[in-house]
Ligand binder design. Sequence first.
Ligand code: BG6
Length: 506
Amino acid sequence: MQVTPRITTTDLLCLERGPGPCAAILFGASGDLARRKLLPALAALAGERRLLPEHFFLLGYGRTPLTDADFARQVTEACPGAAGQALAGRCFYQTGGYDDAAGHAALAARLAELELRFGTGGNRAFYLALPPELYAPVCERLAAAGLTTATPATGPWRRVVVEKPFGRDLRTADELDQRLARVLRPEQLYRIDHYLGKDTVQNILMLRFANRVFAPIWNRDSIDHVQITVAEEVGVGHRAGYFDATGVLRDMCQNHLLQLLALVAMDAPPRFDAAALEAEKLRLLDTLRPWTPARIAADLVRGQYGAGPAGAGYCTEPGVPADSATETYLAARLFVDDWRWAGVPFYLRTGKRLAKRVTEIALTLKPVPHSIFAPLNPEDLAPNVLVMRVQPDEGIELTIQAKRPGPKLCMSAMNLDVSYREAFKADPPDAYQRLLLDVMLGDQTLFLSGELVRRSWQFWQPVLDAWAAAGADGICPLQPYPAGSWGPPAAARLLADDGRRWRLGA
Ligand code: BG6
């Protein structure tokens, strides 16, 4: 069944504010992230959305020797159409090393010249689309060259965006944080988790806290369990170098999945701002039941794809060592030990080369307390399930029981299904558009604080330690699954042991 929502909007809140004059300096400008995500996002802001300031330029920086014209061509190739043209006219490129003083001095001179020409007032957003080991050296070089020096309140702003992963465990994240803290103030540093920039992820907060209807059921009295699925069809692709040293726990669980969990399970923050959201997320992380060896063995499933209907196995992918023990799949049963959620399992899973690309959060409600429809018992009625579809086919779905045409007691499950595209007659913009705009606007609400990143690592650290100590065959052994399936059979057992099943797939 399709329900067409009556959409009312508060115009004031829907007016998108554009930033003031500024420059964006993109490190790793000829890399994969720039081509696939950052340049198209900037082009969309420059083009149809008209949100880049009139006084703006983009300066690419990288080791690959390119001229301004080469870079402008890369921009139009990455962003075909008028939007790419609109951006390319304001793009420049500076060749230089990442840990080299001469390169940064040349960057400083180029920036000064362009800032004068474009009247950007010295406001700068540096985006480090670089391997994580370069974050600290580059920030230190930028600071030494005076490029990130800012006088709060009066002077131009200087901001630096770093991608994930922020460290590769608790110790390295702490070390990185300390090095960056010596050269940047907290309000200058933007740690990205691009899932937070997705409209459908922000909508978790709107759904929960801008509506009255869900709050009374959002707890252990009504919710039987929660499933969070982030399934990808893609394999490791051409990212073997990065991914094989990382694995899905570090790549997806420490950040994206934990953030989704936090938004679903946390209490209402008093306001929608960075500090209030952070405080609630930190409290939520505090309530997660810690990992013990017994729980790692019982509540975690670690997998790696082998050959299957969707293609070759992980270990035969280009660049992956034949004996790699890196996990490409993880399923976990988590518990939030507080009054709201005591006893409610949260099942999380994510993996590469799964049957279908889908990210969704499903809350299954408990049966009705008593069935008036004898001989049916409460358990005979299919439960209500509220599904937030994050991507693709973004939307919200609620399964209810309904009278079916036919005999008096005939009923069946029916879906109230709202698609974002149909409801709002628009596609949700790519997350990077929102996040780049927020960096230029100086809004950290959708970014992660150092403490949040630290506590996320702290939560997973016992698992990383146990795996490192026991190897792939030890505690929670690596289980194969066919490429194109829904993951290892053990992941289905994780729920079957509790008398439940995954909503999608096995
Ligand atoms: C990135 C991970 O953060 O998120 C990738 O490094 C993953 O491995 C990607 O493929 C998934 O993002 P999205 O937006 O496509 O779901």
